[in-house]
Design a protein around this ligand. Structure first.
Ligand code: GLY
Length: 338
């Protein structure tokens, strides 16, 4: 692409592409440049989980996560209708389960916390759990269903977005530059964004082994299992304050041990992939969305940490609003780190 465009997006992941698509829909000329730096979307499980991801210390994010989730059904439907790509949108909700008495005590505290935040949960007795999810181990003692959690397949979402938004080799001259480069945003903007390593596995088994996204507490370990319609089951994820990209024996063992404790028949699955992604985390673990202080021509959209997929549509709307004259919310502004 040559000549000056209205918006140049630096970063061709799920956030950057969503922003470019929404800006183009508002009549802006747009280019997208792939830095090759951010890879979180390619590893992410794609849980849209305002309930499952609302844990202690994340209270300041609950409203954003709920609103972000509310925008996904229309975003997914529009994307699928325009591109013909099935983006793997599913809305069976999350089943959170606990194995040991200690796990149950911890899960009960978490469910109380989530309900106090106004999030919907149905607590299930042990006898009900196997009706909801027959593959669960009989050792699983307690569970709760969060009907408002959903999922997409981020690889399919990005494939769909790439058919709508061409990606260029180099960024052209632009009136506004949007930096949505995941962990690469730190080097480009000076903002305090750190990599938070996540090891994620992909199993391949019979389609329908699991009916829901499962989040499980198993002997103090935490795991999530995200089943796709084609038999893939994503098993995630470690959360490590590290920047290296090594898949470790310990990381894989912890994830598989928890997964097999909860769903023993997963032992029959092929271990198809083990990968590492880096979540872009800020000091308060909330995203940074808005104008870069001292640079009125630069808008930042990064720092989404565990919520990049969930927050892609709402981030795209906020950035498109900002560029077309409706200021982004102060709460997520990069000014808080100035
Ligand atoms: N959103 C799940 C994760 O970051 O592991």
């Amino acid at each position: 692409m040559t000549g000056r465009v209205d918006v140049a997006v630096v970063g061709a992941g799920i956030i950057g592409l969503s922003i470019a698509w929404r800006c183009a829909q508002r009549g802006l000329s747009v280019s997208v440049h792939d830095t090759g730096a951010g890879n979180a979307w390619g590893v992410a499980a794609g849980m849209l989980a305002p309930v499952g991801e609302s844990t202690f210390g994340h209270e300041h994010l609950t409203g954003l996560l709920v609103e972000g989730s509310r925008r996904w059904p229309a975003f997914a439907a529009e994307l699928a209708a325009l591109t013909g790509v099935d983006v793997g949108y599913r809305d069976e909700g999350t089943l959170t389960v606990a194995l040991t008495a200690d796990d149950v005590a911890g899960a009960d505290r978490l469910w109380d916390h989530q309900e106090a935040a106004g999030l919907r949960l149905t607590r299930l007795a042990p006898s009900e759990l196997r009706d909801w999810e027959p593959a669960l181990s009989p050792r699983v003692r307690r569970g709760a269903h969060a009907p408002d959690d959903r999922q997409v397949d981020p690889r399919r979402v990005v494939a769909a977005l790439r058919t709508l938004v061409p990606v260029t080799e180099a960024p052209p001259d632009a009136r506004t530059t949007v930096v949505a480069a995941g962990c690469g945003t730190a080097a480009l903007t000076g903002l305090p964004i750190r990599p938070v390593k996540g090891q994620v596995l992909r199993l391949r088994g019979d389609a329908g082994t699991l009916r829901h996204v499962i989040r499980g507490y198993a002997d103090g370990r935490h795991v999530y299992l995200v089943p796709r319609a084609d038999g893939e089951i994503v098993v995630g994820a470690t959360e490590e304050e590290r920047a290296d990209a090594a898949v470790t024996a310990g990381g894989v063992a912890e994830l598989l041990r928890a997964a097999l404790d909860l769903v023993p028949e997963l032992a029959e699955c092929e271990l198809a992939e083990a990968a590492v992604g880096h979540r872009p985390g800020t000091p308060d673990n909330a995203p940074v969305i808005g104008r870069l202080p001292g640079r009125a021509d630069v808008v930042v959209a990064s720092g989404h940490h565990r919520h990049g997929v969930l927050l892609a549509p709402i981030t795209a709307d906020i950035v498109a609003d900002e560029i077309t004259g409706t200021p982004a919310p102060e709460a997520w502004s990069p000014r808080r780190f100035a």
